[in-house]
Design a protein around this ligand. Structure first.
Ligand code: DGL
Length: 267
């Protein structure tokens, strides 16, 4: 049994939604959450730039000798997970839009991702493979990550969602949240579109993490410790960002409770 940590990487607070699911499923692990906040957002950058940023952040994080790395960001996964898996032998879990569970719904599906995620080959390969004969509308949430980071409950967020989704939501059989930041929008989306089923990849990623650790006999050995930090170097920004992480972590508890319910249902 090892005692080292599981490291989570995102550009900002989005991956905290993934972390919450993983923590619920794996309470006796130690976690490190790292946000490359000094270079955020990733989603409106070019793919080679995000690939380099992700590789640089991963390289830095591997200095902690973690037992697994979770790229808790659909954008960074699309840009760099293949390269990272070729470079490193530790278990690496990526995030991708939860298409497969959503395909169980009959009817038109909506996928909302960052500009990079919705343009990247990774999503289009996934669609060609599993959803060739299905109607899937791909939506770019360009600018939405910044609004969420600024103030999740600001009227700007709701306005953005209504502009984008009001014309489509009634006709849709499901909305796939293809960015870990968007998982925080669940309560708002549920209020705006109560009959629209929502899907995200967090629970699947947490299970994948558990399975990879189990395969390598790496489960357990921690005590539920959690540390947040970021790529900010300026003490003011560093502290401000750490406080934001704490806030978003607290928003997660209802999400984590959902994961617990799913886990009990699986037993
Ligand atoms: N949380 C990231 C994702 O899942 C996106 C964040 C960003 O655009 O920086 O795609």
């Amino acid at each position: 049994m090892q005692e080292n940590e599981i490291v989570f990487l995102d550009s900002g607070v989005g991956g905290i939604s993934t972390l919450a699911e993983a923590q619920k499923l794996l309470p006796s692990e130690n976690f490190i959450y790292y946000a490359d906040a000094a270079n955020a957002p990733y989603g409106d950058k070019e793919l080679p730039i995000v690939c380099e940023l992700t590789k640089k952040a991963a390289d830095f994080l591997l200095g902690y000798k973690p037992k697994a790395l979770v790229i808790a960001c659909n954008t960074a996964t699309a840009a760099a997970v293949a390269d990272l898996r070729a470079l490193y032998s530790l278990p690496i879990v990526g995030l991708e839009p939860a298409l497969k569970p959503a395909l169980k719904q009959e009817g038109k599906l909506l996928i909302l991702g960052t500009a990079l995620t919705v343009q990247a080959d990774k999503l289009h390969n996934l669609l060609n493979r599993y959803a060739e004969n299905r109607q899937v509308i791909i939506l770019s949430g360009s600018g939405l990550v910044e609004l969420i980071e600024e103030d999740l409950y600001s009227p700007k967020v709701e306005r953005y969602l209504k502009n984008l989704l009001d014309p489509l939501a009634k006709e849709a059989a499901g909305l796939i949240l293809g960015c870990t930041h968007y998982v925080f929008l669940r309560p708002i989306l549920q209020r705006l579109y109560p009959s629209l089923p929502l899907f995200d990849g967090n629970e699947g990623a947490a299970r994948r993490l558990r399975d990879l650790l189990a395969e390598r006999n790496l489960l357990g050995g921690g005590s539920g410790q959690l540390e947040f930090f970021s790529s900010f170097t300026d003490p003011f920004f560093k502290e401000q960002f750490a406080a934001k992480c704490e806030r978003f972590y607290r928003y997660c508890f209802p999400l984590a409770d959902q994961a617990q319910k799913a886990e009990s249902a699986d037993k």
